[in-house]
Design a protein around this ligand. Structure first.
Ligand SMILES: CC(C)(COP(=O)(O)OP(=O)(O)OC[C@H]1O[C@@H](n2cnc3c(N)ncnc32)[C@H](O)[C@@H]1OP(=O)(O)O)[C@@H](O)C(=O)NCCC(=O)NCCS
Length: 234
């Protein structure tokens, strides 16, 4: 079974100007992607879009040998990108300093990464988005473990909704995770018709600041292969 997590750490590119990055990787993008890439007013966001497109094109080509410029992406009703006709599927996530591309032959894989040092009132966010068993567990968690536990739940919930391809159309308080077993386990209330036994989840600490969760529709727990990706150049 393929379950590969390809990572791109953005500090590798910190010394390169936007011009240099565009020279190296801009040619991989389609004209529509170049337009989208140039749009954000924040330079940091423009770099992220460029490197994300270069990453997904390089990664897909590493499986098929196709020219990275030739990939044509479709977008699902709720924003999930796809490529038709592949024997595997992918999903992308980006956060401060890191981009991830998950590739799997399980259908519609989901990945999320979060920067755990981000600011914000975590308990307010949990009350607003998490299900009751998750909020209750956070209340019971000792102060020093709360941030990590919050991001366990956050990344797992995002990975699941991304695997379903439905984004925030899926009520976030209608499903919850239990973290007491070997692996995270999901439960649903009556609003979500799904089978908990059909799913495997995994959470990985990619750095002191970065937490990543993966959702795969397979009853067989996958062995995730991690790799740092080399980008192809146009
Ligand atoms: C859009 C959403 C799918 C992910 O948003 P996000 O966490 O801001 O962004 P991520 O970096 O994890 O993922 C973005 C990537 O997911 C992919 N994506 C977009 N819509 C998607 C969907 N419906 N399903 C799966 N993947 C999707 C895209 O590849 C996108 O990257 P790209 O635009 O560069 O191609 C959606 O879940 C969302 O809006 N979440 C908001 C966060 C939130 O409030 N979470 C509640 C706490 S659990």
């Amino acid at each position: 079974m393929i379950s590969d997590l390809h990572l791109l750490r953005l500090d590798r590119f910190a010394d390169l100007t936007e011009e240099t990055l565009l020279d190296r990787y801009g040619g991989l993008l389609s004209p529509e992607e170049r337009q989208r890439q140039a749009r954000p007013s924040l330079a940091k966001r423009r770099r992220e879009v460029l490197l994300t497109r270069a990453l997904v094109r390089s990664v897909l080509s590493s499986y098929t040998g196709a020219d990275p410029r030739d990939w044509r992406f479709g977008v699902g009703e709720r924003g999930r990108p796809f490529v038709e006709g592949l024997s595997f599927d992918f999903n992308l996530a980006h956060t401060e300093g890191l981009i991830a591309c998950l590739v799997s032959d399980a259908p519609s894989p989901g990945v999320d990464i979060e920067f755990m040092s981000r600011r914000g009132r975590l308990d307010d966010v949990a009350r607003h988005f998490f299900a009751k068993p998750e909020c209750d567990d956070l209340l019971r968690t000792a102060e020093e473990g709360k941030r990590r536990r919050f991001f366990d739940y956050w990344t797992l919930k995002e990975a699941y909704i991304k695997a379903r391809g439905l984004g925030l159309a899926l009520p976030l308080d209608a499903f919850w995770f239990t973290l007491t077993g070997d692996r995270p386990a999901i439960s649903f209330d009556h609003r979500i018709e799904d089978d908990p036994a059909a799913w495997s989840f995994e959470t990985l600490e990619l750095s002191a600041d970065h937490l990543c969760s993966v959702a795969l529709k397979t009853a067989e727990p996958p062995v995730l292969q991690l790799s740092e990706t080399l980008l192809l150049q146009a």
